[in-house]
Design a protein. Structure first.
Lengths: 112, 113
């Protein structure tokens, strides 16, 4: 299995809602990433997990809360988001020590 | 400051034609350079990855070159197809920034019939 999967594909939420984005890979990769991508812009790194431990947090607001329950799963918990948080959220994974990242298809998030 | 600049910003070509996309970087110390293809609303897909010692790498109709001395890379697409319409992103990593990479803004390619 050489795929990174993300659910849901689309998500619409209000500013008071709590929701979660999910990412899964079965390639044995021990590094996993969350990116945020606005239209016509490159992906922006949010978080990096290495061996299920948070290793990089790019000063992301606390309304985004990542979680890595095991080596195959990565979640992004969302609470009290703002309309400007609407974007495509991408998950990626890689072997430890490798920069070659495999991206999932993304979750298109709309905050009303 | 690490930077990656891509040109042109957008490009329109006719189906069957060739094209070349450019990437200039100031990332140091250089580790590797990757080219990704991203269809609208989808995740990026890796095309090539090159390290310091590699100056060319092919993936089907895609050929990437790297000149580590001038810090330039190019992506050449041969015999373009309608399905090549996408954004092409150049990404460069430094040896000292584990887990972080510098992304270019991408080149939007449109292939017309």
């Amino acid at each position: 299995d050489t795929e990174v999967t993300q659910t849901p594909k689309h998500l619409v939420m209000g500013m008071t809602n709590k929701k979660s984005l999910k990412c899964e890979q079965h390639m044995g990769h021990r590094a996993m990433y969350w990116y945020k991508q606005k239209a016509k812009k490159p992906p922006e790194l949010m978080f990096v997990y290495s061996y299920e431990k948070l290793s990089i947090n790019e000063s992301v607001p606390s309304r985004f809360s990542p979680e890595c329950p095991n080596s195959s799963l990565l979640n992004l918990h969302l609470h009290a988001l703002q309309p400007e948080d609407s974007a495509l959220y991408l998950c990626a994974s890689s072997r430890m020590g490798s920069d070659e990242q495999f991206f999932g298809p993304g979750t298109r998030l709309t905050v009303l | 400051k690490n930077q990656v600049e891509q040109s042109p910003q957008s490009l329109i070509i006719l189906e069957g034609k060739n094209c070349t996309l450019q990437c200039n970087y100031t990332v140091s110390p250089f580790s590797n350079l990757r080219w990704y293809k991203q269809d609208t609303g989808r995740g990026p897909v890796s095309l090539t990855i090159m390290t310091f010692s590699e100056n060319t790498k092919s993936n089907g109709r895609y050929t990437a070159t790297l000149d580590a001395d001038t810090k330039q890379s190019s992506l050449h697409i041969t015999a373009s197809q309608l399905s090549d319409s996408a954004s092409y992103i150049c990404v460069v990593s430094a040896n000292t920034n584990a887990g972080k990479s510098t992304f270019g803004d991408g080149t939007t390619l449109t292939v017309k019939p």
